[in-house]
Design a protein around this ligand. Sequence first.
Ligand SMILES: C[S@@+](CC[C@H](N)C(=O)[O-])C[C@H]1O[C@@H](n2cnc3c(N)ncnc32)[C@H](O)[C@@H]1O
Length: 218
Amino acid sequence: MFDLKNKIDYYLRTLTKFSRKNYSEDSELKQAINNYTFDVLSQTLNPSSQDNLRVLDIGSKNWEYVKGEYNFFKQFCNNLKLDGVEIDAYRLYSNFYSRYEVAKFYIKDLDGAEYYADNLLNINNKYDYIVWFLPFVTNYPHKRWGLPENMFMPEKLLAHAYKILTKEMLIINQGEEEAKIQQQLLESQNIPYKPLGVIKSNFYEFKNQRYGFVVKKT
Ligand SMILES: C[S@@+](CC[C@H](N)C(=O)[O-])C[C@H]1O[C@@H](n2cnc3c(N)ncnc32)[C@H](O)[C@@H]1O
């Protein structure tokens, strides 16, 4: 029953793409989240400088943290192509703006940033770096998020992310249980990774502890 509701809701919002237009805001919380993102990337990745960098953010939601990612990677290149992909981009907030519309606001001054309302499995470009904050590794949060059950496919998504990666991928999970499952997923696919343990930042503290993994493409 729950899944039928998610299926119908998802179908309708993807079909209508309804949203109020021209979202705008200015908030200290968003600043803290962007500082957090920049800090976490600085603690975990160390890209060498180069002319062009291609970076993918997976499951971007409304991409409220894009500036943190953008400012981090921009330090290492002249030309940054930063893509975000979100399968449920047309979900509406109670103010009738969609995630897509909100993301458009966050990327508007970021040259080279693009938000794709799409499934990761349809993204076939290659990326030097991939950032994946809070992938769904168990069914329950996926369902609670409002996604149809047939879209829960952690193994397939991980294999695809690894396929399009050329250098390093940072994965951040929520809570110890999810981190354990993430580790099992990596091991079952023989994907080389380094566990980073608990990731903390002075800029923002989330309710649940977060754990990190860096995957290296060999
Ligand atoms: C827990 S949320 C994390 C959102 C965001 N990364 C953050 O840290 O706030 C996971 C996101 O992944 C998206 N997602 C799930 N499956 C996906 C897929 N196959 N392709 C793209 N995005 C997907 C969900 O819709 C959701 O927005």
